[in-house]
Design a protein around this ligand. Structure first.
Ligand SMILES: [Cu+2]
Length: 167
C-alpha cells in the first residue's frame, strides 16, 4: 500500500512540473455558489484547479478518451459529479477494471490531493462530436463539482501517442 501511494505522489509531482514547463490549460471559472469579493478562499474550502488536460486524437472522429488532473489545494474534499461539452453530445466518466471499464457517477477529489485521469486508469469518454476533431483543436469541457460548481477547461486534441510533459 505504501509503495502504491508513493508512486502516485511521484506521478503527481511530475504532472505539476510538466504544467509549470508546458503551460497549463485555460481556466474559466463559472463557479456556482462562491461568495464574491474575497478572492482568497478561506482555510477549509476546496480549491480546485485543472492541469495537464488532453484528448488523444480519436480515429475517424469517433469515441475519444480524455485525460486531466484535478488538483485540490484546499482543506475540504470535493467530488466531480458531471462532465459535459458544448462540442460533444456525450461525456462520461469511466474507471478501468482489470478486463474492461465501467461508468461511474462521481469521482472523489481529496483535500490537499488530486484526482488523476490518466492512461490505463480513470478517464473520460467523449462521443458524439459535433465536428470531427483535428490535431490542435480544443474541446471545451465543463466539469461540475459538488462544492466548487462548474469549471470550464479548453482541452487540446493531441496526437494519439502524446503524454503530458512531452512536446
Ligand atoms: Cu472508457
Amino acid at each position: 500500500m505504501k509503495g502504491a501511494l508513493g508512486f502516485r505522489r511521484t506521478a503527481l509531482a511530475g504532472a505539476v512540473l510538466a504544467t509549470a514547463l508546458g503551460g497549463g490549460a485555460f481556466l474559466v471559472a463559472c463557479g456556482a455558489g462562491g461568495q464574491d469579493g474575497g478572492g482568497a478562499v478561506s482555510g477549509g474550502a476546496a480549491r480546485i484547479s485543472v492541469a495537464d488536460s488532453y484528448i488523444p486524437m480519436p480515429p475517424a472522429g469517433g469515441m475519444a478518451a480524455g485525460y486531466l488532473t484535478v488538483r485540490n489545494e484546499g482543506g475540504e474534499g470535493d467530488e466531480l459529479v458531471k462532465v459535459s461539452s458544448p462540442g460533444a453530445s456525450s461525456v462520461t466518466m469511466h474507471r478501468s477494471t482489470a478486463s474492461s471499464m465501467e461508468q461511474v457517477e462521481k469521482l472523489d477529489v481529496p483535500a490537499h490531493g488530486a484526482l488523476q485521469l490518466a492512461r490505463g486508469g480513470t478517464h473520460l469518454m467523449i462521443m458524439g462530436w459535433q465536428k470531427a476533431p483535428v490535431l490542435g483543436d480544443e474541446l471545451e469541457l465543463d466539469l461540475t463539482f459538488t462544492r466548487t460548481g462548474t469549471i470550464s477547461v479548453k482541452v487540446p486534441v493531441k496526437e494519439l501517442t502524446y503524454r503530458p510533459g512531452q512536446q
